[in-house]
Design a protein around this ligand. Structure first.
Ligand SMILES: [Zn+2]
Length: 356
């Protein structure tokens, strides 16, 4: 279970991270007046294999979305666009085309003079959706609902590890050695939770009764019993760049009915990068529940009712025991390094060009 309000409440308690220097480099030009450009070059690729794609590239004047140029890439996806005039800001749209048929969604990016050359433009391919008879709009709606408007994401290279707490300091719930081994196996399986880490081998720390305080990657701030309803889940605060897993007996959440079997939280910094995660698991730890809560935490996504539970862990009740087709496609989008935090789904999964 996860609610956006949980995230916003937790945000306040987060350590502020250094900006990851993703501000557009155009800012550095501001002091020397307007900089214009008239040439754009790059390569069209897909975001799932990073291989080149042939397709259409359209360039618009950013101020009025007027189409300035439309070209086809060469067979290697390479494009070079020369404009007859100088512009300060442009919008580029691209889509893969094969034998006259569109094979991807439309990618939209705003470009500035500083980043107009050697662009890597990645589009989300959809041949697999057509093959599975999933409507293209349906997958867009699923992604919209799951992502909740814009992308929040980890920089996967920053993840220090996953720590499985032996004994929850709040209620004493123990995650046994066998359960820890089970969790570890799922995290290291590249077809299971490991998929969300793009196949990286993540360090798993399995605590036991002798784990020293200095080896723990979370802080523990007991609150009074009176405050322990919703607030209980804030008692364990993971360190920056750690995902921490704990057992629990009972959490009464003010905005979720009943006693959830699990809670998966992601902590988001001011730039919408996820920089810590917390997972609570109750009782018997099932593979589906573990994968579901991990998806909340790693991809920063919410529940969605659009696609059936045979295709995604995020449609309740959970039917899968590992990431489904839609979870994997979504993970490739969230983890795509050229898609930045706060980018909107419509700029990644566009149905049409501005001008057809
Ligand atoms: Zn959930």
């Amino acid at each position: 279970m996860q609610k956006s309000s949980l995230i916003s409440k937790l945000k306040k308690s987060l350590i502020k991270t250094a900006s990851l220097a993703l501000l557009l480099s155009s800012i550095s030009f501001a002091s020397c007046g307007n900089v214009y450009f008239s040439k754009i070059s790059g390569q069209l690729q897909d975001n799932e294999t990073d291989s080149e794609r042939q397709g259409t590239v359209k360039v618009y004047d950013s101020s009025n979305k007027k189409l300035l140029k439309e070209i086809m890439t060469d067979s290697n996806g390479e494009f070079n666009v020369s404009l007859g005039w100088f512009y300060q800001k442009l919008i580029l749209q691209a889509r893969a085309i094969k034998e006259g048929e569109s094979t991807s969604y439309v990618r939209t990016i705003e470009i500035s003079p500083a980043d107009a050359q050697d662009l890597t433009v990645r589009v989300v391919p959809y041949e697999d959706l057509l093959k599975k008879k999933i409507r293209l709009e349906e997958f867009v709606d699923f992604a919209q609902e799951a992502i909740g408007g814009w992308i929040r994401k980890w920089n996967l290279n920053n993840i220090e590890g996953v720590e499985i707490i032996y004994k929850n300091p709040f209620d004493g719930t123990v995650i046994t050695k066998a359960q820890q081994d089970f969790i570890e196996k799922k995290y290291l399986d590249s077809e299971n939770i490991g998929f969300f880490f793009e196949g990286r081998k993540i360090r798993i720390q399995k605590d036991d009764a002798s784990t020293k305080q200095s080896e723990k990657h979370y802080s523990w701030k007991p609150t009074s019993i009176r405050e322990r309803t919703f607030d209980m889940i804030k008692d364990i605060i993971p360190d920056k760049n750690w995902i921490v897993i704990a057992g629990f007996k009972r959490i009464i959440l003010s905005n979720i009915d009943g006693n959830p079997a699990g809670v998966g939280l992601s902590m988001v910094d001011k730039d919408s990068y996820i920089n810590a995660g917390m997972i609570y698991l109750r009782g018997i730890i099932g593979a589906g529940l573990l994968s579901h809560e991990s998806e909340h935490t790693i991809l920063g996504v919410f529940h969605s009712k659009i696609l059936p539970p045979e295709l995604t862990l995020m449609c309740l009740p959970i039917k899968l025991d590992k990431p489904g087709f839609a979870d994997k496609k979504l993970a490739k989008i969230v983890n795509e390094t050229t898609y930045m935090p706060r980018e909107k789904i419509e700029d990644i999964l566009g149905m049409d060009f501005y001008s057809e």
